[in-house]
Design a protein around this ligand. Sequence first.
Ligand code: SF4
Ligand code: SF4
Length: 357
Amino acid sequence: MLIFKKLLGLKQISDEIMEQIISRCGNLCSECPWSIHMRKKINKENWEEFSNEIKKYTGFKPVKYEWEGCFGCLTPNGELPKHPFYGFLKNCRTRKCGIYNEIDNCAYCGRFPCANTVARIDFTKEKIAEKLESPIDDKTYERYIRMFDSMTNLKKIRSELDDSQIKNPKSVSEKTEIAEIKGEFKNKNHHKIYEKFIEIANSNLGIKGIDTIAGYEHYLIRKDIVWRLFWIFGLYGKINENNLNIDSITLYENRKPISLPSNEEQWKLYFNILSKFGIFAELEIKTDRLYTPGGYMRVKIPQTNKPAYMIKIKVNLNLQKYQFFKMLNEILSELQIKAGKRAFAKFRKLDFKYLLN
Ligand code: SF4
Ligand code: SF4
């Protein structure tokens, strides 16, 4: 029923798209190997072969045929079955943004293509051909790739819309949670470090379009990672005056509740953010077997207990004047002593009242 309601909403676009169920980010739910629909279109005997082909082209192996399948992200939260898979749908920032803005998918949005939609993940014919070092024919593309080529799908829908069908997203006002501090810091250098953290807390951490739901959700993820990294660096890093080193095992053991960047490109993104604040980090790779077959950075060198990589950090001359790493360690240690289990939550809000006179 829900699907037909959605299709009626798309009546001004072509017959081909009319037959498809498009996810908020432009995937084709009606062709998706995770969906309830493909379990009706493909027999159980052919599922393994189909799954293997999907894995070959996309890198992801679909869930077992026996699972009833995803109902699709156009389904309202209240109608989604209770299954761990739907946690991923409920948390999807593109889906949240589409719901908030009351549009079926990003093609109808005045900001399309924005920097924060998950549709930016590239599953184009050309990219996959380049990755596999082999050309992709049209039949293969249609059968195994097109359902995830969200940007191409969205552009096709957009090309068939007129201006009156496009809506600008509603604005969200960003709420940075910073605790009020009344009083003077006992240590002037602690105050300087606090000022640096206020600067970081008030920045958009490199996220464009933070005024949209998708942008704001993206910002929250980035903020969680940035504060956790400072926490781990400050409490567990090895400080040598203006340099700090930390190994992958220590990072991993203290990462929760966040997931660490999983490849060198993601780490570089965070290093780039930190560099805007005078903090310069680099990776030192300790193994030529850095990646798991699934494409994630290892924590340990295989068959050893040694870290697979180190992060080396230094700060600019201005922060050196205030002994940045030593002060960071003092501040976080004091928070741990005074606030116990609530120390990290206090740090995220820059609630440094324990350091005041
Ligand atoms: S996993 Fe995504 S594309 Fe697939 S059916 Fe669910 S919402 Fe649609
Ligand atoms: S702001 Fe971005 S994620 Fe949100 S609806 Fe528009 S294009 Fe999609």
